[in-house]
Design a protein around this ligand. Structure first.
Ligand code: HPA
Length: 268
């Protein structure tokens, strides 16, 4: 754990209290409202030296620490992406801080395009696994042998089972699929989407994979859920845009909130 993460954790505890955090939540595009549902303290990233600026519209750059359904959580209202500054390890410090605050698990959320005709805009998809289509890695430059992180079952089977059970309980469909990380910020071409399909991808997006790698490196269990905002490039006549992503994300976000709240209730 870096000294800076320990220092930030001390600073956060001074503002939000000492009780250990149990779970981290990283909110994707259009999902930021969930941060407002937490009964706790919001700390702007700007108050946390070294935290990324998370300057993408549709994200809310606050760390909120408090109770959601009776479980102490740390909610990252905004994430930073590789495509903002070209740094694949931009989320390392936030995840180190999460670990330093006591969490042993994190759930990442994102907006994604679907490659599966049976998974439509407004639906959710639980990541069973991922493909690092970008070839980038947040652990490049890490000097220790800890960098050789196994990625089998990277998407934690127990957390996934808990999310599936919660979804069934609140009657929300939660199919599982493989997420492919495309660096962005331009969207994919139809040819790239056909390539991802051949490779085994079910959804595509511009985030999450570096966080999953970093989480495993730091010993955090991790699972991730996509809210599908569009069919991937070339799969429908709909025009793909960031505006469209932000407009569509709330459809899935309402379902995602139900699933997450139910999962937290079972953790109480
Ligand atoms: N591609 C990449 N990222 C996305 C998409 C997409 O189609 N939709 C939402 N985020």
């Amino acid at each position: 754990m870096s000294k800076n993460a320990e220092y930030l954790a001390t600073l956060i505890r001074a503002r939000a209290g000492d009780a250990p955090v149990r779970l981290g939540l990283i909110l994707g595009s259009g999902l930021g409202h969930l941060a407002g549902a937490v009964d706790g303290v919001a700390i702007p990233y700007a108050d946390l030296p070294g935290f990324p600026h998370a300057g993408v519209s549709g994200h809310n750059p606050n760390l909120v620490i408090g109770d959601l359904e009776g479980v102490r959580v740390a909610v990252f209202g905004g994430r930073a992406h590789y495509y903002e500054k070209g740094d694949p390890k931009v989320m390392r410090l936030p995840l180190e801080v999460l670990r330093a605050l006591g969490a042993d698990a994190v759930i990442a959320t994102n907006a994604a395009g679907s490659l599966r005709p049976d998974i439509r805009p407004g639906d959710l998809m639980l990541l069973s696994d991922h493909i690092n289509f970008s070839g980038l890695n947040p652990l490049i430059g890490e000097p220790t042998d800890a960098r050789f992180v196994p990625m089998t079952d990277a998407h934690d089977p127990d957390l996934r089972a808990a999310l599936r059970a919660a979804a069934a309980k609140v009657d929300v469909a939660l199919p599982e699929g493989v997420y492919a990380w495309y660096s962005g910020p331009s969207f994919e071409t139809p040819a790239e989407i056909r390539a991802i399909k051949i490779l085994g991808g079910d959804a595509v997006g511009m985030s999450t994979v570096p966080e999953v790698i970093l989480a495993r490196f730091l010993g955090l269990r991790v699972a991730a859920v996509s809210t599908i905002t569009n069919m991937a490039a070339g799969m429908s006549d709909e025009k793909i845009s960031h505006e469209h992503t932000k407009a569509m994300a709330p459809l899935g976000a309402a379902k995602l909130e139900q699933v997450l709240r139910e999962m937290l209730r079972t953790m109480r």
